[in-house]
Design a protein around this ligand. Structure first.
Ligand code: ADP
Length: 220
C-alpha cells in the first residue's frame, strides 16, 4: 500500500466552488479527520477522493497510480462510505457486504468469512439476514462500515459514518477505524463530532472550501 497524493484538487458545481485547490499527502496508517460546518466542502472532498465526483482541477494518485473515476478507485481499494451509507435497501445486511466482495473477485468462501467477521466486528452478527430497510439508521451505518472493513480497503473514506450512533457504538466504530489504520489503511473521516475528530492523527478543517490545519499530519 502506498501514499494517497492530492495535488491542487478542486471541486466546483457550476459557479459554486465547493473545494479550493488542496494539496495533501496521506501515508498508510494515517487517520485524518475532516471537520467544518455544514456546506464547508467535506463531502465534496471525500467524493472527489473516491472518484464519485469529477474534480474541477488537480491530480490524485494512490501508490503512484492515477485515480480517476469510481470504478478505478474501487479496483484500487478505495472504499467510499457516503452519507446515507450507499446500501441497497432491498438486500439484507450480509448481501450488501458480500456482493461487492464477489464483484471484486474475492472467492465465495473467503467473501463469506470476511462478511461474517466484519458483521461481528460491528456487533451485527445477529442481523445479517435483516433487510437494510428494516435496520435503524445507526445499524445501517454499522453495515456500511462493515462493508468497508470486509473489503480490506487501502483507503477508507467515511462521511459522517458515526453520526447516528450511540456513544458505545461510536467508540467501537472509531476503534475499528483506528484498527484499519493500524493495519496500514489510510482513513479519512468527515465529522461534525469533536470527540471523533480528536481520535484521528490529524485534523483538516474546511470552511467554504478553504482548508486549514488545526492539527497537522505527523511529520514522518
Ligand atoms: P459538507 O459535506 O461540508 O456539508 P458539501 O461538500 O456537501 O459540504 O457541500 C459544499 C457546497 O457544495 C455547499 O454549498 C453545497 O450546497 C454545494 N453542493 C454539494 N453538492 C452539490 C451538488 N451536487 N450540486 C450543487 N451544489 C452542491
Amino acid at each position: 500500500m502506498g501514499d494517497l497524493v492530492v495535488e491542487q484538487l478542486s471541486v466546483t458545481y457550476d459557479d459554486l466552488v465547493a473545494l479550493r485547490p488542496l494539496d495533501l499527502r496521506l501515508r498508510p496508517g494515517n487517520m485524518l479527520a475532516v471537520t467544518g460546518p455544514s456546506g464547508a466542502g467535506k463531502s465534496s472532498l471525500l467524493w472527489a477522493l473516491g472518484g464519485a465526483v469529477t474534480p474541477a482541477g488537480g491530480r490524485l494518485s494512490l501508490d503512484g497510480t492515477q485515480l480517476d473515476g469510481r470504478d478505478k478507485a474501487a479496483r484500487l481499494g478505495v472504499a467510499l462510505i457516503p452519507q446515507g451509507n450507499g446500501l441497497a435497501g432491498s438486500l439484507n445486511a450480509t448481501e450488501n457486504i458480500l456482493v461487492p466482495l464477489l464483484a471484486l473477485g474475492t472467492t465465495p468462501g473467503e467473501a463469506r468469512r470476511r462478511t461474517q467477521t466484519a458483521l461481528e466486528l460491528v456487533g451485527l452478527q445477529e442481523s445479517g439476514r435483516h433487510l437494510v430497510d428494516e435496520l435503524s439508521g445507526g445499524q445501517q451505518q454499522r453495515v456500511a462500515l462493515a462493508r468497508a472493513f470486509a473489503m480490506r480497503a487501502a483507503v477508507i473514506l467515511a462521511d459522517e459514518s458515526t453520526s447516528d450512533l450511540d456513544a458505545g457504538n461510536r467508540e467501537r466504530m472509531i476503534a475499528a477505524l483506528r484498527a484499519e489504520a493500524a493495519r496500514g489503511a489510510i482513513v479519512v473521516l468527515a465529522t461534525h463530532d469533536p470527540e471523533a475528530a480528536a481520535e484521528a492523527d490529524a485534523e483538516l478543517a474546511l470552511d467554504e472550501g478553504v482548508a486549514s490545519w488545526p492539527r497537522p499530519l505527523p511529520v514522518t
